[in-house]
Structures are given as structure tokens and as C-alpha cells.
Ligand binder design. Structure first.
Ligand code: ZN
Length: 398
């Protein structure tokens, strides 16, 4: 059975980690009870004796309603540590302890942040290896942390109704090699990230309601192919140009090589954390094994896939560090797109011929039997061909 971690739990533990005095307060109210009393006070009524809970702490009320055992267990653990003098180490947050105590497999974290609030997602949530489902709908997110790549068992990722652009989704998502479904509806995408095409398990991408997407698709698809390689000038950020230690340059190489450093045993936990911390400074070339600084110039490359009967096209946006890499991405993708369209035309042609033959056969048989030309029941015909059978294995739900 799925073990679910809820948004109210995240908000509560985040609050207590930020305001330890409130956590101390809560513990204080319970510390005069004996251990046995606490074990037995797993009921909501007992916990209400804590006093009035202010509205701003609504998540405490919800946690007491829905997860009293989990919360009390955490309090008991902490009281026990205090008694034995086993104090919390720096960086060992309540959230981390909570995550390590339970084997959560689903994170339901929808609508936990309001517009304008600090919507930083704590790193701890990405360090749970058994999570299969992560839902972050309606959170005004404008970026996804690099640490998403730590979730090796992730099958389903919902990012619906956020403020994500193509560059908001880090390349490290490709480390989630079991990811099957990604929901990107109602964001600010003008194309899908090109690296989705390299992810082996992806079967469904929801992309409905990305306004820029349709505008840009139309523009790129109907203009000269030359416009599908778009130079990006970069920016001037001097602070990034200070001398850096050798470890920094080694990390840049690792990032460019697209090594899954979260999984590779050659990388210590400290190195993994370091790589995750500096990852956002770079853009990974989708063609060669190079990472360039975000402020450096490069190229956006738009390619298309035709997943449904040729009646819609799906744009993907890639990043290339040089014009050479950009051309190496664009030309074969365009050839593949044309070949897929031609294959689809051929299949459709065959399908129409098959239908016509079938209808004329039925018609002929029927006329022979009753001697008139009247309406006969339609024969059973197979479904029209789709490209999902051959060139494009990704089903995009628009
Ligand atoms: Zn390159």
C-alpha cells in the first residue's frame, strides 16, 4: 500500500525547522506527561488539550487530525534524545528525521505555496529513494531542483499549473530512468525539453494549456528551417568569472558528461551535494559532452515530432553549446520528422485503399444477394494508422 507524505506535513515540519522555539513549545506541553500517557494519547481529543491553535498554523491542526501517531512519534523520539543527551547534529532537520522514519512512496504536495510565498522545496524530500509518485501541482514553481535526479524510482511526476519554462526543468531529470508519466499542463512552456526524448521509460507527456507553446509551435513550424536554430547571446555576469578551485572545473566536466553522479558510487555524498549545488550555473549541451556557463552564448534548437496522424506536431527545445552542435541536433531531427511524415502518408494511403476495397467487396456481395443498390451494414474496419507504432514512442496528450 502506498505510504503518502502530505503537503500539510511538509509545511508543519518546515515551520518547526525554521522556528525551533515553536517545536520546543509543543514538546514542552507534552513533556510533563509520562511516556505511557503519550503512547496512549494518540487521539485527537487528547491532543486538543494543547490549547488553541492559531489559524496560521492550520497545518498543525490538520496533522493532528490526520497524522497524530506520526507527529507524536517524532515528539517522543526527540524527547528521548534529549533525555539521553543525543542532540541533533547540524543539518539534521526534523523533516529529515521524519523522512527517515517512514518509508514514503508517494508525495502529494499540491497547492502548498501561495503566490509570492517562498516556494523553495526542501532538499530532504528528494532524498527518499522509494518515492514513485511526486505531485507538485499549483505551487507557482518557476524551477525544479536539480535534486529531482535523486529519485531513482519515480514513475509519475505532476507539475501541472506552475510557472515552468523549458530551462526551469533541469537536465538531471534524465537520471530518473523509470519515469513514465510527466504532467506539464498549464505552465509557460514554449516547447517540451529536448532531453525527454532520451528518457527510456517515458510514455506519456501531458502538455495542455501552455499558451506560449502553441504560439511558438506555429511560428517555428511554419517558418524556414533556418529559424529552428536560435542564437542566444548570453549575459554579462562578472561575479561568475572569479577564479575557481580545481574541484569546480572537475565538477563542470562531470556535469557536461551527463554522468548520473547521484547514482555513481564513485561520487561521495559530499561531492553529490556539491555538484547539486553548482549544477544550476551551467547549461548542458544536448549534443556533445560539454557544459557551458549559463551566461555564455549558445543556441536553442527546435525540433518536431509528429505523434498523431500528422494533425499535430510537438516541438522540443534543445540546448547546444556551438553552431556545430546545433546543426548536429537539428538536421537529423528534421530528416527524421520528414521521414516520419512520409511514412505516415504512406500508411494512410494504404489504409484508405484497404477501406475502399473492403467497401466495394461488401457492396458487390450485397448487390449479388438482393439485386439492388441499398444501404448495407458497414464492415468492421481497423483503426487508422498512427505514428506511435513506429517512429515516435512518446504519446503526448495535448
Ligand atoms: Zn556541444
Amino acid at each position: 500500500m502506498a505510504e503518502i507524505f502530505h503537503g500539510f506535513e511538509l509545511l508543519l515540519l518546515k515551520k518547526f525547522d525554521k522556528h525551533p522555539e515553536q517545536w520546543r513549545d509543543l514538546k514542552q506541553k507534552l513533556s510533563n506527561k509520562s511516556n505511557d500517557d503519550l503512547q496512549e494519547s494518540y487521539s485527537y481529543v487528547d491532543l486538543l488539550m494543547l490549547g488553541n491553535i492559531p489559524q496560521s498554523m492550520w497545518f498543525l491542526s490538520v496533522a493532528l487530525h490526520n497524522r497524530p501517531k506520526y507527529l507524536l512519534q517524532l515528539i517522543l523520539q526527540d524527547l528521548e534524545r534529549e533525555r539521553t543527551g543525543n542532540v541533533r547534529r547540524p543539518g539534521e532537520t526534523l523533516l529529515k528525521t521524519y523522512m527517515n522514519t517512514y518509508n514514503f512512496t508517494e508525495f502529494h504536495l499540491d497547492s502548498i505555496f501561495k503566490y509570492g510565498e517562498d516556494n523553495t522545496l526542501p532538499k530532504e524530500i528528494f532524498k527518499c529513494p522509494n518515492v514513485k509518485l511526486l505531485s507538485l501541482k499549483y505551487n507557482c514553481l518557476d524551477k525544479i531542483p536539480v535534486d529531482i535526479g535523486r529519485m531513482k524510482n519515480l514513475r509519475f511526476l505532476a507539475l501541472t499549473n506552475n510557472k515552468l519554462q523549458v530551462q526551469s526543468i533541469p537536465y538531471s531529470l534524465t537520471f530518473c530512468r523509470k519515469l513514465k508519466t510527466i504532467m506539464l499542463d498549464n505552465n509557460l512552456l514554449d516547447a517540451l525539453p529536448g532531453f525527454l526524448l532520451k528518457m527510456p521509460a517515458i510514455r506519456t507527456v501531458h502538455r495542455h494549456g501552455n499558451h506560449n507553446y502553441f504560439k511558438s509551435t506555429f511560428m517555428w513550424y511554419h517558418t524556414d528551417v533556418g529559424y529552428r536554430i536560435i542564437p542566444s547571446e548570453g549575459a554579462h555576469i562578472d561575479s561568475e568569472r572569479n577564479p575557481k578551485p580545481l574541484q569546480f572545473w572537475a565538477a563542470k566536466t562531470v556535469i557536461g558528461m551527463k554522468i548520473d553522479f547521484f547514482e555513481d558510487p564513485n561520487f561521495s555524498v559530499i561531492l553529490q551535494d556539491y555538484l547539486s549545488e553548482i549544477y544550476h550555473l551551467f547549461k548542458v549541451c544536448h549534443y556533445c559532452s560539454g557544459a557551458s556557463f549559463r551566461y555564455q552564448p549558445g543556441y536553442k534548437v527546435i525540433t518536431f515530432k509528429n505523434p498523431y496522424l500528422g494533425n499535430t506536431c510537438v516541438p522540443f527545445q534543445h540546448w547546444a553549446c556551438s553552431i556545430k552542435c546545433a546543426v548536429a541536433l537539428e538536421v537529423p531531427a528534421r530528416q527524421e520528422q520528414i521521414a516520419a511524415a512520409t511514412r505516415l502518408d504512406d500508411l494512410y494511403e494504404e489504409y484508405i485503399e484497404e477501406c475502399q476495397t473492403m467497401f466495394s467487396d461488401v457492396q458487390a456481395r450485397h448487390s449479388a444477394l438482393c439485386g439492388c443498390i441499398c444501404t448495407s451494414p458497414p464492415p468492421t474496419i481497423r483503426s487508422p494508422p498512427t505514428t506511435t507504432n513506429h517512429s515516435n514512442r512518446i504519446c503526448v496528450v495535448s
